[in-house]
Design a protein around this ligand. Structure first.
Ligand code: NAP
Ligand code: MG
Length: 505
């Protein structure tokens, strides 16, 4: 029997000078020949050049993904085999853990400690879905008489996945792992500012045995490539993580072809700190809740409500610890807060802080771009706390996406639930109290997809992640995500001896 020799992609070092597109299982340059340079936001230094995908490349990638899906090689492989490949991806990533962490730090300006956690979670996502897919199955439903019905889960098809710059590798894993597990094909568009680790992850997918065309990656402009994918009739699903305005635009455009849509959007998440909270734990949790990842987190707890009886004590400690946060060398494990992703983002953050000052707020810490010795060419902002605010202020209503917290007092449970829910967003919320009954009561009343009780951590592989209201819809990181990458087919059959003749003719 003749065998077809599949050319394997050469394994290159994780960190290198140039990164290509990956289409149909091959590293390719853009049809236009265009490339661009990515920079380290902490230092302003160039990291690498990247092929810049054009519309023609997007078309090639969709065709490759379509062909790979329709030929059935991946989608029809047994779930156990797909699980094996996902575990292999995880194991290759484990072997290159430090290299992936370093590349993530350089490309995004985040701290090494943040990158370590995120790369580890990306690995665990593949392991989680390797386990989950084996148990993902349909049902047998009870039927009248001599009918038999079963349902089966089938992969939804070609998925366009568009991700932001704040968690470049982790977001790629949140998207690729469930899609691959379910048997889908993928065209991934990383954020223009941080494409490198998503490209390396796509290479690792091939090394682990994902067939050609099943995962394609297109670094390129969101407004061009992203838009093209969203409108493409051969794309079946769009999974998007990013800002709420772009999410709305994507939903409108995807509706033209009734694509399946998952949206993980912005947030303005509250922390509720009750009078009986462990103050030290609440301060440390709130510090992490807002300054982790330099506040560039959709689930950043950027509104902090503190019971009036402990307000002064909480604020004193919170301000003191905020001033101790270290900025600087992102490759040093002792650095707490990394750089801001870009000059534009730095200016946006500062304009929010200035607007709060103009609205009469008081700055308790930070409040301006940071001078970080040795990192003058990077983008840095001081960890900032703003008091004397109210819900009519822009800095309290809108997502800042930077290291900026607003703090407010409350009198009782009913009032703080009202304040917490007074937002167009509903991604996450944190409750700090020792009273279990209260924690449960408040968790029931809060309109957010994620509630944290006495913990700063919002998610682990297996916990559903997603929003209420304008924070989007659909859940990632969990068993239910597999349903969002699947169609349910209902198969109904008749096994009676007498043939059916409903018209009686
Ligand atoms: P963004 O501007 O919405 O960009 C996100 C992605 O969409 C990028 O890949 C971008 O490409 C692409 N894009 C831009 N315009 C597009 C268009 N017209 N059609 C299709 N794709 C398009 O968001 P961002 O500024 O990069 O990220 C920050 C936002 O993401 C924040 O609002 C944050 O809350 C949200 N976020 C949410 C979650 C969550 O899980 N809920 C997680 C992380 C971030 P380019 O890079 O080329 O512009
Ligand atoms: Mg953007």
């Amino acid at each position: 029997m003749a065998t077809v020799k599949v050319e394997k992609m050469e394994v290159l070092p994780v960190k290198r000078e140039h990164y290509s597109l990956i289409i149909g299982g091959k590293r390719v340059e853009s049809v236009s020949g265009e490339t661009y340079t990515t920079y380290n936001p902490a230092t302003g230094e160039a990291v690498a050049t990247v092929a810049q995908a054009s519309i023609e490349d997007a078309e090639r990638a969709v065709q490759a993904a379509r062909q790979a899906f329709d030929n059935g090689k991946w989608k029809r492989s047994p779930a156990g085999k797909r699980a094996r490949v996902l575990n292999k991806i995880a194991s290759i990533m484990r072997g290159r853990f430090n290299e992936l962490v370093e590349l993530e730090v350089l490309d995004s300006g985040k701290t090494i400690s943040a990158a370590q956690g995120q790369v580890m979670q990306a690995i665990e996502d593949f392991e989680f879905y390797a386990g989950a897919i084996v148990g993902h199955r349909g049902n047998v439903n009870s039927m009248p008489g001599q009918f038999f019905n079963y349902t089966q889960k089938e992969p939804v098809g070609v998925c366009a996945q568009i991700i932001p710059w704040n968690y470049p590798l982790m977001m790629a894993a949140w998207k690729i792992a469930p899609a691959l597990a379910a048997g889908c094909s993928v065209v991934l568009k990383p954020a223009s500012l941080t494409p490198l680790t998503a490209i390396v992850l796509t290479e690792i997918c091939h090394e682990a045995g994902v067939p050609e065309g099943v995962v394609n990656v297109l670094p390129g402009s969101g407004s061009k490539i992203g838009n093209y994918l969203v409108e493409h009739p051969k794309v079946d699903k769009v999974a998007f993580t990013g800002s709420t305005p772009i999410g709305k635009d994507i939903m409108a455009k995807a509706s033209q072809t009734l694509k399946r849509v998952t949206l993980e959007l912005g947030g303005k998440s509250p922390s509720l700190i009750f009078e009986d909270a462990d103050i030290e734990a609440a301060v440390n949790g709130s510090l992490f809740g807002i300054f982790y990842n330099t506040g560039q987190s959709c689930e950043a707890r950027s509104r902090i409500y503190i019971h009036e009886s402990i307000y002064e004590r909480f604020i004193e400690k919170f301000v003191e610890k905020t001033k101790q946060l270290k900025l600087g060398n992102t490759l040093d494990a002792g650095t707490h807060v990394g750089a801001i992703i870009s000059k534009d983002q730095l200016e946006t953050i500062d304009s929010y802080v200035q607007s709060a000052i103009e609205d009469g707020a008081t700055i308790l810490a930070g409040g301006k771009p940071a001078d970080v010795e040795g990192y003058e060419k990077g983008y840095w902002y001081e960890p900032t706390i703003i008091a004397d605010v109210n819900h009519s202020m822009k800095a309290v209503k809108e997502e800042i996406f930077g290291p900026v917290a607003v703090v407010m007092k409350f009198k009782d449970e009913k009032e703080v639930i009202g304040l917490a829910n007074d937002s167009e967003y509903g991604l996450a919320s944190a409750i700090w109290t020792k009273d279990h009954a209260r924690a449960t009561r408040v968790a029931n009343e809060i309109k957010s997809g994620i509630v944290m009780i006495n913990t700063p951590f919002s998610a682990f592989p297996g916990t559903p992640f997603g929003g209420y209201k304008q924070s989007g819809f659909g859940r990632e990181l969990s068993i239910e995500t597999l349903d969002l990458y699947s169609e349910t087919k209902s198969v109904l059959s008749y096994f009676g001896a007498k043939p059916l003749n409903p018209f009686g003719l």
